[in-house]
Design a binder for this molecule. Structure first.
Ligand code: GLA
Length: 383
């Protein structure tokens, strides 16, 4: 009697299982190229890295502005925006294949970490223990080491909200690149209908660790890499900056910008005073703001295209980098040389080498604490 009941049940269950796997297979095949994740997001299969799938997501807002982001390095690969005449072009440096990003690329559009920017001599002491990190930038540690967050495949978390929002997640293991503690990091990108890209960073850890996260996009508001950024007009709300030694490590001083080429408290063209700065701009500005307050801190304007970029952040510092180390041997996907100073970075962050500078704002995250940081880039056109 028992067998009479069990056998048909097993057959039915087996049939259900097989039909659900074949349905899933069909779905996966359908997903093989481009597919719609939800309203405002399309995904494209981009390849594989470290045994994980890499996608390129396109976030689109109501005006048709597009931001392209990959889960490889949490990287913004393109931002397609109109100029004053309504002509659309890409305003960030980037490539259109994953393979290109896995070669030597100076952090184009990526999220850099676990500690963005430099740590002197790749070393810091925390609670009595000295930690050694890779020295991948002369004598210093830069942007998280040899395989920082920019070279990792992040997971994409499912979200309910029906808007162009992408949530990326990465667990950086205890000891990875020499850093202590398992750091659990989430980056949330939202493209708003007001033409703003909001980036929210959250992190926790199970051991005290330094953490400093930023996005390393290179903007060229002309939308054409044949132009340099020397005619872009920059304003930075910073009365002081952190002078540095000749290996780009802050000396620890906080000096007024007044009377120096670092004074952007009133707008100046990048090229105006750049030749009086050794190697050009690649400096940390001390923003005029209360700790953690979310404030408009900088803007970039290009008269040629009429495009204007405004930067808002909760961070205390801004690394303004004028793309001094870009070299024409690097080519766009279309073969165009990416020459010196054809992109500029506005990296919102804590100050470089903070783990070794007790007078700088704290960058140590401890178990039970929550790291939280928000930056917004707003685009508009001035006619
Ligand atoms: C940062 C640094 C620069 C340079 C670039 C990447 O912005 O401050 O000195 O290393 O990254 O090339």
């Amino acid at each position: 009697m028992k067998q009479v009941v069990i056998v048909p049940v097993v057959i039915v269950l087996g049939f259900l299982f097989l039909s659900s796997t074949s349905k899933r297979k069909l779905q996966e095949e359908k997903n093989a190229y481009s597919f719609s994740v939800k309203k405002g997001i399309e995904a494209l299969e981009w390849g594989e890295r470290d045994g994980k799938k890499v996608y390129l997501y396109t976030l689109t807002n109501k005006d048709g502005m597009e931001v392209k982001i990959s889960n490889y390095g949490c990287t913004i690969t393109g931002w397609i925006a109109p100029d004053k005449n309504g002509n659309k072009s890409n305003i960030v440096l980037g490539f259109d294949s994953l393979e290109r990003y896995t070669r030597a690329v100076p952090y184009f559009g990526a999220v850099v970490g676990r500690y963005g920017n430099r740590i002197a001599k790749g070393q810091f002491t925390l609670d009595g223990t000295t930690y050694k990190l890779a020295t991948n930038n002369g004598p210093n540690h830069l942007h998280g080491g040899n395989k920082g967050f920019d070279k990792r495949v992040w997971d994409v978390l499912p979200i309910d909200e029906n808007k162009p929002l992408l949530v990326l997640h990465y667990i950086s293991k205890d000891g990875e690149e020499g850093y202590p503690g398992n750091a659990d990091v989430t980056v949330k990108y939202t493209l708003t209908d007001k033409d703003e890209l909001e980036i929210e960073y959250n992190a926790t850890t199970d051991k005290a660790t330094p953490i400093n996260l930023t996005n390393h996009s290179y903007f060229n508001l002309t939308g054409d890499v044949r132009n340099t950024i020397l005619d872009h007009t920059v304003w930075i709300d910073a009365d002081s900056y952190t002078p540095m030694d000749n290996t780009s490590i802050p000396t620890g001083e906080i000096k007024p910008v007044k009377g120096t080429p670092f004074d952007f408290t009133s707008p100046h063209k990048v090229g105006e005073r750049i030749d009086s700065v050794r190697n050009g701009y690649d400096h940390n500005f001390v923003l005029n703001k209360k700790p953690n307050a979310f404030k408009r801190v900088a803007s970039v304007f290009d008269a040629l295209s009429g495009r204007k970029l405004e930067v808002y952040t909760t961070e205390p510092g801004l690394q303004f980098y004028s793309g001094n180390f870009l070299s024409p041997s690097l080519k766009t996907s279309g073969g165009q040389p990416i020459g010196r100073r054809t992109g500029l970075c506005m990296e919102t962050q804590h100050f470089p080498n903070s783990p070794n500078q007790p007078n700088f704002p704290n960058t140590i995250l401890r178990p039970g604490e929550k790291f939280h940081s928000v930056t917004k880039y707003k685009l508009s056109v001035v006619k």
